[in-house]
Design a protein around this ligand. Structure first.
Ligand code: ZN
Length: 593
């Protein structure tokens, strides 16, 4: 049992004005955290207590499939050079030098380190599969830290890594993580969805994110209410409704039309009296090709074409052409590579490079354009457009693919599903990847297979953001007065509030009830502070504790009040029944600790 009168729980009436999202406000107001610097936080008593409970759940579940390690955050440069990620990580990675001038970094993830252990220690297929995990502090030089614990520079992660002999083994390790992650998030009280995701800088094939829908989220998830399809918009696809093609004019060949000052899609569509879906949009980029050694990085010109009513999805585009970074072309580059000004760019007359990311211009066309006819496009000439532009006949491309972001209301991509996609904001709480051979190959880890032949093990990599679980839980479960956590991750199961501590009978009854609850296995916070009852109620509602038992005047009738924070409802309970009433509420199937 803890006595509030002796604890440091610095609650605040108001959140600092820079706190925008609910979790940030309430973590500060409830005294869970305090900021030390940009994206750097102190975790105080209640915050650390809740995080410890989250970590205990993660540990308990991960122990059913893996073995816990603890790997150093401080890593030598050489190990990151071997995978090529010393350069790939760019400015996101904290780097430092020791007194001898040797380069080190603060690790953001540990693929290199576990692969190094595997290559030294694993010799035979008999030692596979392996699943190694850790719960550890990670560092990331976030360019714009914000939103409290949602975008920070130091955080806690559960990361795990699997080594298997073959792809079927990796499938099993991936599925084991999928199941364990679902149990962890369920025990933490989260309403989550598992979605297809882009694997980004991690490399690899199959990738699944666990997301919690919240307005505070920075990811967009497209989902189908009919069949349950869900994917990050970085990855989501959709089925487009058929477009009615324009009738050709004149001889049906591209025709130059004067369009003075009409550079914007909307203006062009109005001028030609067409839907923006029949106007070709061009977005011109310089794309960075990163060599594995990082010594011969090079920038290449890319022109992306898509429907006027669509937006380029840069993650998809980078994946399609194999770029590490994109930036918009500046005017001189537009002149050099397309010989045209912004607003009047088009695909006709361009010479597409034979392959992406080589000298010349990589022309990428969204697959929604490749069968289209009689469209309007910029003429690569100031103040002119072309009409009657037909794909394949009038322009060619280096490659075609899905390079656009899906939009709400578009058709679900699943076979036979007639649902329409809904797009919502969400925050990522976990991510599982099939990494493949990227690290084991580049770092030369091998084992002997049953035939005595050297083979490269295949890897998976799996992460959970520990603080993300807490923030997502708060985002999901809060009101004006504060938030409530599920008992399994709350800093306390119950707060026993003595309305008036100067009343000796109340004080004695409260103390005795708190001790009884404590003996029964509850985590109890006894509010024995010399404060007005109203102040105590306000504080108790603020700090995330799911239940409150109020010891007040009704004690004369041997009664107390049980307040359920999630529903803000109270019921009167006989003092002698308090433990029995609370037990099934707190100790549910998943929380029997
Ligand atoms: Zn569907």
């Amino acid at each position: 049992m803890h006595r509030w009168s002796r604890l440091f729980i610095p609650t605040l009436r108001e959140a600092p004005s820079d706190a925008e999202v609910a979790s940030h406000k309430f973590l500060l107001r409830s005294g869970y955290i305090r900021q030390l610097g940009a994206g750097i936080y102190n975790y105080l008593f209640l915050g650390q207590r809740s995080l410890n409970r989250i970590m205990a759940i993660i540990r308990e579940e991960m122990d059913t499939i893996g073995q816990e390690f603890f790997l150093p955050a401080l890593n030598p440069r050489e190990i990151w050079e071997q995978s090529g990620r010393w350069s790939v990580m760019g400015e996101n990675m904290f780097r430092l030098q020791d007194r001898k001038g040797a380069d080190l970094c603060l690790a953001m993830t540990h693929e290199e380190i576990v692969t190094e252990i595997a290559r030294r220690e694993l010799r035979s297929y008999k030692q596979l599969p392996q699943i190694w995990y850790q719960i550890q502090t990670k560092f990331r030089d976030e360019p714009r830290p914000k939103s409290g614990l949602l975008r920070v520079r130091q955080f806690t992660m559960k990361d795990s890594y699997s080594f298997d002999l073959d792809a079927a083994g990796l499938d099993r390790s991936f599925d084991l993580h999928d199941q364990v992650y679902r149990r962890i998030f369920t025990r933490c009280g989260l309403r989550f969805v598992a979605v297809d995701a882009d694997s980004g800088a991690m490399g690899g094939s199959q990738s699944q994110e666990f997301m919690v829908y919240t307005e505070a989220g920075e990811d967009l998830i497209a989902s189908c209410p009919v069949c349950g399809y869900a994917a990050n918009v970085e990855k989501a696809s959709s089925r487009l409704d058929p477009v009615t093609e324009m009738e050709p004019t004149g001889d049906g060949l591209p025709e130059l039309v004067s369009t003075p000052g009409l550079g914007a899609i909307a203006d062009v569509a109005r001028f030609f009296q067409i839907s923006p879906a029949s106007d070709i949009k061009c977005v011109a980029y310089m794309a960075l090709h990163r060599s594995s050694t990082g010594t011969s990085d090079s920038w290449h010109a890319v022109a992306a074409f898509l429907r006027g009513d669509h937006q380029v999805n840069e993650t998809k585009l980078m994946g399609l052409i194999g770029a590490a970074e994109l930036r918009p072309m500046v005017a001189e580059e537009l002149d050099q590579f397309l010989r045209a000004p912004a607003g009047f760019l088009g695909p006709v007359g361009l010479t597409p490079a034979a392959a992406p990311m080589i000298d010349g211009l990589t022309v990428v066309v969204d697959h929604s354009l490749t069968a289209r006819r009689n469209m309007v496009a910029g003429a690569n000439k100031l103040d002119y457009h072309l009409r009657n532009v037909t794909a394949g006949r009038d322009f060619q491309w280096t490659l075609a693919g899905d390079i656009r972001s899906v939009l709400e209301g578009e058709g679900c991509p699943c076979d036979g599903c007639s649902g329409r996609l809904v797009v919502g904001k969400a925050v990522e709480i976990g991510h599982i990847f099939k990494l493949g051979y990227k690290y084991t190959q580049s770092m030369s880890a091998t084992v002997l297979d049953p035939n005595g032949k050297e083979v490269t093990p295949i890897m998976g990599s799996y992460g959970i953001g520990v603080e993300r679980i807490l923030t997502a839980a708060i985002e999901q479960s809060h009101d004006e007065a504060g938030f409530w956590l599920t008992p399994a991750i709350a800093p306390f199961h119950v707060v026993v509030t003595i309305t008036n501590t100067s009343d000796a009978a109340l004080l004695a009854a409260g103390e005795s009830l708190a001790a009884e609850l404590d003996r029964a296995g509850f985590d109890v916070l006894l509010d024995d502070r010399d404060e007005r009852a109203g102040v105590k109620f306000k504080d108790a509602e603020l700090i995330g504790i799911p239940y409150r038992i109020t010891v007040g005047k009704k004690i004369a009738d041997q009664q107390v009040e049980l307040f359920t924070r999630s529903t803000s409802t109270s019921s009167v309970v006989a003092l002698g029944d308090a433990v029995a009433t609370l037990r099934p509420l707190v100790f549910t199937e998943y929380n029997n600790a």
